[in-house]
Write a protein that binds this ligand. Structure first.
Ligand code: NG1
Ligand code: MG
Length: 517
């Protein structure tokens, strides 16, 4: 059997940088041949979605604020053959020892097609979430059967968004497989697919903000992506100026895994709830009416406040005005939430009392998944969010200015960007409590090894760091961290495994489906 997809493997050079291309070609070819062995037929197409690394803007997407990630070369591939004879779904993984095969016959649409139990942490939940989310959106009654084989190279639990790469890939694979059931005009746009993927991942049980799915689906080659969420999802590519030596980013994984789905009640989802509590109390203090839905986040508070006071940005650029507003919001946080009573944390009861809402109503509005906490830290969380967004605006503005005015000395540019990344790490550590010893150690070592800036990326509590350095220094930088961090903490880690833990990354492009010709 010769797959019509094989010739396409030549075209994947747009997805991976030169040093990684041979290995990528071998992996795609292997996926196709394993597919043939498993299902006795060739796949109809391969869907691909990349992971991402967040350059700056951590834990602020769910507060409505803009973030600046970029897609990476590590990705999720799903090879698919559409089965026109029945509606059964089979999903196997090339690593079948670690990831058992999922098989199901979809339930009726009204019953959500497939059961997903967020309490049961199985790898295939992410596929099921994407499959269910897109079929619900398209209101498909009789989905076509799908034979699927997945291959993933985004490390799991590393903050590089293996989960969203998988959900987005499942969404893309499913929509492509069902395309014959849809009128052309009903095919969702990439923008719609991103929104559907954001919603879909919530079936797995995290109250995520949307950065990862938007980045995986909407990234453009050679650039990072500025993503705004409020009032609507909007993306703008951000380019780095050509400098000599060129700018480079290195990802280094602490190898401490933090599975967000497992720890959500005490970490991720708790942070979402703390920022919601803070938003309500700030709104009350500023005389901002709570919307009829009862829901609001910290970005809405900022917008409403500056509208209330009739803020005029006269003579300022958009970025300058934004920075001024964010600085003022941190002052307001200081005044309203930095009081003796609230500053060092409050109980759930106290939070509801100050937010002028009953415990039941608060739970109904904001706590969709279980939360376990005695103390809620509204002051430090809100302070992080507003100051982090200020850094995002500054980072983006610095890149854009230096694109226009290429004579900004590259040393100055790198230092400015690096300082913002370091300040972000500091805030994640001290205000957001989402760092850990290994992240602190690794980012400190990275700076010692010459990084202009180094910070955790993704949700934190483990996972990877991202460091800004120049291309000429990458080999020495990697060698230093291998010696000073990996050899000490993980003496058994070597060869290809070690190279998967620490590597330079280039911006990749967003999700796509590859069909044979
Ligand atoms: P990770 O842990 O990398 O999946 C999560 C969220 C993001 C964002 C970051 C923190 C999901 C799918 N991802 O990323 O939306 O909030 O944490 O900045 O929930
Ligand atoms: Mg994730």
């Amino acid at each position: 059997m010769t797959s019509p997809i094989i010739p396409l493997i030549d075209d994947i050079s747009i997805l991976y940088s030169e040093p990684k291309l041979d290995a990528a070609r071998a992996r795609w070819a292997d996926l196709v041949s394993q597919f043939e062995q498993l299902y006795g037929r060739v796949p109809d197409f391969i869907a691909r979605s990349p992971g991402r690394v967040n350059l700056i803007g951590e834990h602020i997407d769910y507060a409505g604020f803009g973030v600046l990630p970029m897609a990476i070369e590590n990705d999720c591939l799903i090879a698919v053959a559409v089965d026109h004879t029945n509606n059964k779904v089979q999903l196997a993984n090339v690593n079948s020892k670690k990831y058992p095969t999922l098989e199901f016959t979809p339930k009726p649409r009204q019953e959500g097609y497939v059961s997903i139990n967020p309490e049961e942490h199985v790898w295939s939940n992410y596929f099921s979430a994407g499959y269910r989310g897109i079929l619900e959106e398209l209101r498909i009654e009789q989905p076509k059967g799908m034979l699927c084989l997945m291959s993933g190279t985004v490390p799991t639990g590393a903050g590089l968004s293996s989960s969203s790469a998988f959900v987005c890939c499942a969404v893309n694979a499913t929509v492509k497989a069902q395309e014959s059931l849809l009128e052309k005009s009903k095919m969702p746009s990439a923008h719609e697919l991103a929104i559907i993927s954001i919603r879909s991942e919530r079936y797995v049980g995290t109250m995520g903000g949307g950065m990862d799915q938007a980045c995986s689906i909407l990234s453009k080659p050679q650039s990072a992506l500025f993503i705004e969420f409020h009032p609507v999802l909007k993306v703008t590519p951000v380019f780095f100026p050509t400098t000599q030596p060129p700018i480079a980013f290195v990802i280094a994984n602490t190898m401490v895994t933090s599975d967000k789905a497992v720890t959500a009640p005490v970490r991720y989802n708790l942070r979402v709830v703390e920022t919601r509590g803070a938003a309500r109390i700030l709104a009350l203090a500023l005389g901002i009416p709570i919307p009829a839905s009862g829901k609001l986040h910290l970005k809405q508070v900022l917008d409403a406040h500056f509208e209330n006071i009739g803020y005029q940005a006269a003579g300022k650029t958009e970025a300058e005005a934004e920075i001024e507003k964010l600085a003022e919001m941190t002052q307001i946080v200081e005044r309203v939430l930095g009081t003796e009573e609230i500053r060092s944390g409050i109980s759930f009861e106290k939070m509801c009392e100050l937010a002028d809402i009953s415990k039941d109503e608060f739970t109904r509005l904001y706590i969709h998944q279980q939360i376990r906490a005695d103390t809620f830290h509204l002051y430090r969380r809100a302070k992080h969010v507003y100051s982090e967004e200020k850094r995002v605006v500054q980072f983006r503005d610095t890149c854009e200015k230096s694109m226009k005015n290429q004579d900004l000395a590259s040393e100055t540019l790198f230092s400015q960007l690096g300082d913002l990344m370091n300040a972000s790490q500091d805030s994640c550590h001290k205000l957001y409590d989402c760092s850990c010893d290994e992240l602190e150690e690794l980012t400190a070592l990275a700076r010692r090894a010459g990084a202009y800036g180094s910070r955790l990326t993704g949700a934190g509590w483990g996972g990877a760091t991202i460091s800004l350095i120049t291309e000429d220094k990458v080999p020495a930088f990697i060698a230093y961290l291998k010696k000073e961090f990996y050899a000490k903490h993980y003496p058994d880690l070597g060869g290809a495994e070690l190279d998967r833990a620490i590597f330079a990354t280039a911006p990749s492009s967003g999700a796509a489906t590859f069909v044979g010709r």
